[in-house]
Every structure is written in C-alpha cells, then in structure tokens.
Design a protein around this ligand. Structure first.
Ligand code: CP
Length: 309
C-alpha cells in the first residue's frame, strides 16, 4: 500500500526526507503523464474545501489540480455565505463536508484548526493554512521548486526575508528544510523575528543566522525567499506601519545576486518585489505557483489511491 494513502496532511513536520523525496519523484511523474492518463487518477472523487480566510493560489490550485486528475471540487470559499454566519461550529461544518467529499482542504484563522478538523473528519484533511502556524502544502511546493530550479537542496545558502513572525509559510519551509543540509539566513525587522516558541524546533535541525540587513547576505545566496508583511495579523496597525516596506527587492538588489540564484515568494506580493524583477531569469515565483498545481495533484493522487498512481 502507498504510505500516503488516506493520511492527513497537517504539518510538514510529519514528513521525513525520504517521504518528501518520494513526493517529488511522484510530482515529476505527474508532470510527465499525458492529460488522459492524469484524468484517471482521481476519477469520480470529490474534494471539499473550506476557506475561512481569503485565498487565490491555494484554493484554485487545489481545484485545478483535482480537475486535472479527473475529480471534482465543491466547497465554501466565502465563509460569510455559509451557515457559519448562523452560528454553526467548525466541528459541525467539517462533519458535513466530510459527508459530501472524499478529502477535505481547510484554511482557517486559528493555529491547530486542521489538527482539530482531522480528529472530527472521517476523510483525510489537508491543512491549507492554519493561523500563523503552518502551510505544509506550500512548503512541499517550495521545496520542489528549489529542487527543480537548483537541481538540489543540500548545500544551498537560503535567505528568508520579510515577516518571519506571522508568515506561516516560513515555519513550514523551515521545518521542511530541517531535513536537508542547508545554510539559512533569516532576515527581518527586529519586531518580526521568528517566534521564540518555534525557535527550539527549528534549531534542532537547521543552522541559521538572524539579521536585519538583506544587503549583508544578498551576494552569497542561492535562494532568496521573500515574504509579504502580513498586515492582517498585526494586533496594532501602528506596529505594521513601522515595518511596512522594510524590504523591497528591485533590480539593484538582483544585480548583486549570484547569476544562478533564484528568487521565490509564496505570493501574494504587495510591494516587496518590484515588478521590474519579474522579467529577470532569477525570478521563479510564478513558476513556483505553477509547481503548486502539480505538487497538489500529486498529494491528492497519493492520498486518494491505495496503490498510488
Ligand atoms: N501562497 C498562498 O497561500 O496564496 P493564497 O493565499 O492566495 O492561497
């Protein structure tokens, strides 16, 4: 039996290096299949999504991924149009969705929400972003992008810049990178350093440095992972205004980067990467979004088929 069959995807910490590498190999296979072969993988299966927070890429890439492998999707993308408005609990909403679907994809404002949903649902649950805690399928997409674009992950110098306090993609990426031998530079305003409650877990597996100056690292990096300052998570707007626009990657910075370095971003971007950078060969964030569709199709194919695909 395929080891991912019927399993929840709640935290990237639940995946070993060997398992991540198997997912990457399966994603390569997914990309190589022709569309008629792909459409057999989840024929007749239904994905149910519940998004308590806005999303463009994650929801639509799951939707598009499921369609590409022959399944269909239904769900709630705007929670204000659901019975949650009448006071229905997350637990009951999850129970109902698990009746209508074969797999659930949940994005929620609260840390722990997907773990909670997985205890209620009798169908596998995929965490599509839980509060400031984790976004595991984004990390799988990010690691896959690094592997495809740099041909390896071990041995790379990786800079992660921006909102390291509230950015859930940062935590999942750091936990995922913990499986590899990498040199990580964390760059943020003082007030947005990674949270001390997660530092212990990250330090167990990764050597990292922390600094406020991107200029001090830019010419050494193989991968620059840029993140948005998450305005919506600041308890006080004054604090947001103090750090807004702290880092802007423009052509001047790209000129200082190694020729073969890559720039990633989980997106959405606001102003932290100038649009002039989009046309450079280093900019890989739109390619990264495309890989997200294939990594998610792979995760669905593996989770919903006893013998894989
Ligand atoms: N990267 C990401 O999670 O994007 P969305 O918020 O648009 O889903």
């Amino acid at each position: 039996m395929n080891e991912f069959y019927n399993k929840d995807i709640i935290s990237i910490k639940d995946f070993s290096k060997d398992q991540l590498e198997k997912i990457f190999t399966s994603t390569d296979k997914m990309i190589q299949l022709d569309s008629s072969q792909r459409r057999e993988i989840c024929k007749g299966k239904t994905l149910g999504y519940l998004f308590y927070e806005p999303s463009t890429r994650t929801r639509l890439s799951f939707d598009s991924a499921m369609a590409s492998i022959g399944g269909n999707s239904l769900g709630i993308s705007n929670i204000s149009s659901s019975s949650t408005q009448k006071g229905e609990s997350l637990a009951d909403t999850v129970k109902i969705m698990s009746i209508y679907s074969d797999i659930l994809v949940l994005r929620h404002t609260l840390d722990g929400s997907s773990r909670f949903a997985s205890e209620i649902s009798d169908k596998p649950v995929i965490n599509a972003g839980s509060g400031t805690e984790e976004h595991p399928t984004q990390a799988i997409q990010d690691l896959y992008t690094i592997k495809k674009e740099k041909k390896k992950i071990d041995g790379l110098k990786i800079g992660i810049v921006g909102d390291l306090k509230y950015g859930r993609t940062v935590y999942s990426l750091l936990y995922g990178l913990g499986n590899y031998d990498v040199d990580v530079r964390l760059i943020s305003p003082e007030s947005l350093r990674i949270r001390s409650d997660s530092t212990y877990d990250i330090k167990k597996n990764i050597d990292f440095t922390e600094s406020t100056k991107l200029e001090d690292h830019i010419d050494e990096l193989d991968v620059l992972y840029v993140t948005r300052i998450q305005k919506e998570r600041f308890p006080d707007e004054e604090e947001y205004l103090k750090v807004k626009g702290s880092y802007v990657v423009g052509q001047d910075l790209v000129n200082q980067m190694k020729d073969d370095s890559i720039i990633l971003h989980p997106l959405p971007r606001i102003d932290e990467i100038s649009t002039e950078v989009d046309k450079t060969k280093n900019a890989k964030y739109f390619q990264q979004a495309e890989y997200g569709k294939y990594t998610r199709a792979t995760l669905l194919g593996l989770t919903l088929n006893e013998n894989g695909f």
